[in-house]
Structure formats: C-alpha cells, structure tokens
Design a protein around this ligand. Structure first.
Ligand code: COA
Ligand code: AMP
Length: 674
C-alpha cells in the first residue's frame, strides 16, 4: 500500500468525531510515543499487579444477588476462580434489568434476513416475555441448575431466546453450528448429555435449505444419549419439518406449556455454557465458560474496547455457533442494553455485495465486528462498490475484525471503502473476549502499526517464548503464551475433562496458558499474531481441526496413509488440502477415491470445512518417530523454501508432492526442498 494512501487514511481516521468519553486525544503523548495512552498504561498495569483492586470495578457493572466473598482465588492453578462466592444470573443482567429500568420498549434484536426477505425487531420487553415462558417450559421438561440444553438453530432470534432461557434457569447451553454434519452433532450430544434439545426445522443458505431436523434425527438415532424432549421451531416462511409426536414439542406449544419462570441465581464460577471447538485431535474440546467474570467482562468490553454508547446499534456479523456469536451477537450487546443486529445472509450474494452497506444504512449501525474474509469477498465481487454506493453509511464509526490474519490490503481497502478505522483484535474461543485490542475507551491510537492485533487487554500478561522457553526479544517470533492467572471470563475448564484441560493448555509452558498461536511483540508493546502453531487451520474465520479431517479420510478402505494441511486461498485465507497414499490392492481409481473423500467429509464433518482438494501421492514425509511433516507441505504450497529435516525417512517424496501441488495450481518458484 503506497504511503500517500496510508496518510489519507490517517487523516480520515483523525477527522472522525468520537464521543469524549471514547476518544480523548490529550491522553495520547504523541511526541514521545505515538501509541502511548496513559489511561491504558495505568489500567493495564493495575490489572496485572493488583488484580484484587482492578476487577471489582468491572464486576460492579453487572447486578449480583449476592456479593462475592473473594475477588480472585488462585489457590489451585490453572483453575482460577473470580468473584468467588458471588451469585447472579446472566439472563437477568441481559434482559430483566433493562425492562425493570424502564427500557422495555427499546429494540434488543434486529433480525435482518435477505434469505427470507424479512426484518424482525424484538424489544427487551418482548424478549423477556418469550425467554421467561421458554424457561418455564424447560423447567417443566426437567431442566434445572447445571443441566445441559443443546441448541441447533440457524441465526434467528429464537436461538438467542433459547440461550437466555437456559441461562435463566442456571442451565448450561451448548450451541452447535448448523454447518456441521450429523456425526459432529452426535459427538456433541453424547458428550454434553443434554436433557432437552432445541432446534429449528431448517436453516437457509443461498443455494439450499439445510434440513436441521433431519440432521438432528440422525444424530439422536446414532447417539448413546437421548434427550428427554426436543423443542422444534418450525420456520414456516421457509420449510416445516415432520414432527415426532412422542419426542417433539412445537416451539409455540412450549411457550404455552407453563407460566413465566423467574431467574435462578448461580455462583459466579458455575458454567454458563459449553462451546465445542476444534483441537489437535479429532475430539472437539468443550470450552466451559464461567458466568460471573464472563458477563462482567463482556459488559465492560462494549465501552472499553468497542467504544459503544448506551444508544448505539451494534452488529457482529457472525453466527451463534461460534464464540463471536455467543459473546457479541447475544451476550455483550444485551448485557450492555443496546441493539444487536443479526444478519442472516452472506456478504456477497444474498442477493448482492451491497448488503453490508444496506444493513448499516437501514439499521443505523455504529460499529461492526466481522472477519476479514467478509471484506475480501465484497472486494472481490464488487471492487468499485457499485452495489454499496447507493447507501449512506454515515452512522458507522468503527469496524473491528478478528478470527484470522487480516492482510494489510484488505484492511486498507475496508478503511477506504467504509471511511472508518478498521481495528484488528485477536482472540480465541478459549478466552471469550479479546486478548489484544485497540481500546477506544482508553483512547488508543486509532492508526496502530500495520499488521498488529493491538495491545494486550487488561488481565493478559502476554509473553513471547522461544522454543527453549526463554523470553524472545522485541520483534522476535515465538510462541505466544499468557502468564497465569488468566483474567475473569476466560474458560474455567474443559467440560468433563479437567486433566485434558491441564495437559492441552498448561503442560508445555508451566505457569503459562499456551495460546498455540505464534507471533511477536514490538518495542511499543503491540502484539502481532502470525499463524497458528498447531494442527488447527482457519477457513474463512472458522476453526477446523486437520486431525478430524484426517480421521475421515483414513476411514476410506483404499487409503493407506493421508495428511491434511492448510494451504492459502485468496478469499477464505486458508483451505484444507489432503494428500493421500493409495493402497496397493485398491479397488478404486484416484479420481473415484478423491470424489469419495469430498463426499465423506461433507457428510461426516460438514460443508463448512470447504474440503475440495484431495490428491494421491506416492508417499508422505514422515519422521522416523512417525510424525507427518505437515508444515513442510504447507510451506511448499506457500512457495516457501523447505529444508528437509534429517529425521525424514524418505526425502524423495517431496518431489512428488511438489508435482501434485503444481497440478493443483500452486506455483513453486522457490528452490527445490533439500
Ligand atoms: N448452516 C448450514 N450450512 C452452512 C452454514 C450454516 N449456518 N454456514 C455455511 N454453511 C455451508 C455453506 O452453504 C457451504 O456449503 P456448500 O459447500 O454446499 O456451498 C459451506 O458450508 C461453506 O460455507 P461458507 O464458509 O459460508 O462458504 P461460502 O463459500 O458459502 O461463503 C464466505 C464464503 C466468505 C462468504 C462466508 O464464509 C462468510 O460469510 N464468512 C464471513 C462471516 C462469518 O460467518 N465468520 C464466522 C467466524 S466469526
Ligand atoms: P476461534 O477459537 O475459532 O475464535 O479461533 C481462534 C484462532 O483464530 C486463534 O487462535 C488465531 O489462530 C486465529 N485468530 C483470531 N483472531 C486473530 C487475529 N486478529 N489475527 C490472526 N489470527 C487470529
């Protein structure tokens, strides 16, 4: 990006008018350090050196039915407890307290679906009515404190209602993303053992109807655990599903089953939800989120990170099946009492690439949170903004991106197009909120250095470690770790797997949380996240485990060996590539096997994996201890020079792999692997 463009954007950014409480230029000592913020420095330092004094200020932002006894209990690391002994209810804080304060007529949710051509607005009072009645139904079906409710729904308000109704009873929800296939859903049902499942008849994608109820029926049939009942929301304006009179209750009948249910207080460290995410094995990890610290931190983040005011409109363009959806479509905006937009559509083709602009214009959106991929597709489909130009986007103040690496071209394009700062921040399902960010509430410089994901958010004592465990110097690449304790709101454990929790995250670097991301820190303290350092890949901002894909591939009867790696792709950032070795006595041809693999992954993992490349090779690079050298393969696809490790059993396989990659269109001008 040329220098003049950078200056132009900086001018735009400086000219933007922010509320005084949000952007305070006097707070920035420009001459000494253009990025210095006194407010931030003081807050950050206090959060690390004196957490017992820092966090109560955040805790006070939500309503407690019983005050906490102890701010932090770090006696059994890594199982830190925050606000120990305090009691509260997440649903009360997200819904009831706004209605009690006289803000019942305020719009809580705007559901905008170009796929069904509908816009629905739901006020806080309406939300309370539906949530409390659904909670009544759940209670009648046997759900009480600590019981799990699994939710399998598309991005519709009923999914938020289901989450809040579960939380109202002190239950634990587990939302499963609709793009996963029945096998993945089944694995989650078996693990979470829900008493009730709440599902929709279908989801809707641009080119197909996704029959959620059919997928659910298969998953329940295969599952060793059966729920007591399923509550089914029929999407009458799309497609209804056949109902099993024994097992299923219609949503509208459930709402009439019982009266409204009150909020049940829970202890601050009780679980609010379980959210399954990909790990380095084929078994997803059930991230368990504690209620108290999480809802307090989320409420606070709306002003301190995102600079939202009490009358603002917020839009997180994600899905409730991901952590961004949990935190920033459902909980944070509602806890903060503002309006949250739910957009059921794609950025580029429902029906055109002008939709982001239309939504901003129509709902007067003040800030967006999305993934860089969304801008890459709009840019690709409508480089001159012919579709978007007709809408006014004057209400927009800021765009926040996360979920994957944000390339500079995309950031600059989005800044120029939307005429607001595009602020990258880094986080994980495990943390539930940003680990690093540009904090509007602290008056951070809105033109942070190129490529950075921001400054460490309070509570995160971030270190960059070399492979020998020593701390890296400034600008030196290493593993990003966080010194314990992790701040309030981050995961408390892995559901029913505390040993795995300790082993996965805390065993490699004792005393630290291992983020499994690689990156570096600069002289100003900014953090840069370069890549995932394990076997997880990031497809259009979705986290996919290569092991889970390999597991499916290896089940093919004609395959002797296989590996799946992430390779670069222009729009989605990264997509999976499978290299496999055919058995000597194989019954099928390579073409037929590859076709089988694409179908198997769609059926068993789901279309969201975007698994479209599978090719046969003579052999795979394996070390003598049996490890596949995945990184060297993905480096080859990235046109990087590959140095063959001395422990690789058969280095000649690289020649064949290089040829296979070239056939797929990957250029390789770097020297041959040696
Ligand atoms: N339920 C069922 N199926 C779903 C689904 C859902 N909620 N979401 C996606 N799918 C399916 C799609 O229909 C597609 O199936 P196909 O292979 O039959 O076409 C497949 O999963 C891949 O979907 P997607 O990743 O959306 O790819 P795409 O090519 O259709 O669209 C983008 C690409 C970039 C437009 C899309 O990924 C996107 O909007 N991403 C940005 C926003 C976002 O949601 N980020 C989430 C992380 S915070
Ligand atoms: P998830 O748990 O699905 O939110 O994915 C978390 C992973 O996404 C992180 O471990 C990173 O690898 C990646 N990620 C999230 N935010 C960023 C970012 N701003 N820059 C680079 N990678 C990111």
């Amino acid at each position: 990006m040329c220098e003049s463009r950078v200056n132009e954007v900086s001018t735009i950014v400086r000219n933007i008018k922010y509320d005084r409480h949000v952007y305070d230029s006097e707070n920035v000592i420009e001459k000494e350090n253009p990025y210095y913020s006194k407010k931030y420095e003081e807050a950050y330092k206090k959060s690390i050196t004196n957490p017992e004094e820092f966090w109560p200020e955040v805790g006070k932002l939500v309503t407690w039915t019983k005050p906490w006894d102890k701010v932090m209990d770090h006696s059994h690391p890594p199982f830190t407890k925050w606000f120990a002994g305090g009691e509260l209810n997440a649903c009360y804080n997200a819904v009831d307290r706004h209605v009690e304060a006289g803000r019942g007529s305020k719009v809580a949710l705007i559901h905008d679906s170009p796929l069904t051509k509908t816009v629905r607005k739901i006020t806080y009072a309406e939300l309370l009515d539906q949530v409390s009645h659904l909670a009544g139904a759940l209670a009648k079906l046997g759900v009480s404190k600590g019981d799990r409710v699994l939710i399998y729904m598309p991005l519709i308000p009923e999914a938020v209602i289901a989450m809040l109704a579960t939380a109202r009873l002190g239950g634990v929800h587990s939302v499963v993303f609709g793009g996963f296939a029945a096998r993945e859903l089944c694995a989650r049902i078996v693990h979470a053992e829900p008493k009730v499942i709440i599902a929709a008849s279908c989801g809707i994608e641009p080119h197909k109807i996704v029959r959620y109820k059919d997928i659910l029926n298969d998953a329940i049939e295969w599952s060793s655990h059966k729920p007591n009942k399923c509550i089914i929301f029929q999407r009458r304006n799309v497609e209804c599903a056949p109902i099993d009179v024994e097992m299923d209750i219609l949503w509208e009948d459930a709402l009439k089953m019982a009266g409204p249910h009150e909020c049940i207080p829970v202890e601050a460290n009780d679980p609010l939800y379980i959210l399954y995410t990909s790990g380095t094995t084929d078994q997803p990890k059930g991230i368990q989120r504690p209620v108290g610290g999480h809802i307090a931190t989320l409420t606070w983040s709306m002003s301190v990170i995102y600079g939202m005011g009490p009358n603002d409109v917020w839009w997180a363009a994600s899905d409730l099946g991901w952590v961004v959806g949990h935190s920033y479509i459902c909980y944070a905006p509602l806890l903060y009492g503002i309006t949250s937009v739910m957009y059921e559509g794609k950025p580029d083709r429902t029906p055109d690439p002008g939709q982001y602009f239309r939504i901003i214009n129509e709902h007067k959106v003040n800030a967006i949170f999305t993934v860089p991929t969304a801008f890459r597709v709009i840019h690709r489909e409508d480089p001159d903004i012919e579709f978007g130009r007709k809408y006014s986007i004057r209400s927009l103040r800021t765009i926040f991106v996360a979920g994957e690496h944000c390339d500079y071209e995309t950031k600059m394009w989005a800044e120029k197009t939307f005429n607001v700062p595009v602020l990258n921040h880094w986080w994980q399902t495990e943390t539930g909120h940003a680990i690093t960010a540009t904090c509007l509430g602290y008056g951070h410089n809105l033109s942070p250095p190129k490529y950075t994901a921001g400054m460490p958010f309070p509570g995160y004592d971030i270190k960059i470690l070399r492979s020998d465990g020593m701390e890296a110097s400034n600008n030196e690449l290493g593993r990003i770790v966080i010194k314990l304790p992790l701040p309030p709101g981050t995961m408390s454990t892995l559901y029913q797997a505390p040993e795995r929790f300790c082993q996965v995250y805390f065993s490699r670097y004792p005393g630290y949380y291992d983020t499994m991301d690689a990156g570096y820190k600069d002289e100003y303290g900014y953090i840069y996240v370069t890549a995932r350092d394990d076997d997880v890949i990031n497809v259009a901002g979705h986290r996919i485990s290569t092991s889970a894909l390999e597991d499916v591939v290896l089940a093919h009867p004609d395959i002797a060996d296989a590996t799946v790696v992430g390779v670069p792709e222009h729009t989605k950032g990264e997509v999976p590539l499978c290299l496999y070795v055919i058995k000597r006595n194989a019954k099928k041809s390579e073409v037929a096997i590859s076709r089988d693999l694409l179908r198997m992954v769609r059926e068993l993992v789901g279309p969201i994996a975007a698994f479209r490349m599978a090719v046969a090779v003579r052999g795979l690079p394996r070390t003598r201890s049996g490890k596949t050298c995945r990184k060297s393969i993905s480096d080859l696809a990235r046109n990087k020079e590959v140095r063959i490790s001395g422990t690789v059993e058969d280095p000649t396989v690289y020649k064949d792999i290089k040829a296979a990659l070239q056939k797929l269109g990957f250029a390789h001008t770097a020297p041959d692997p040696q």
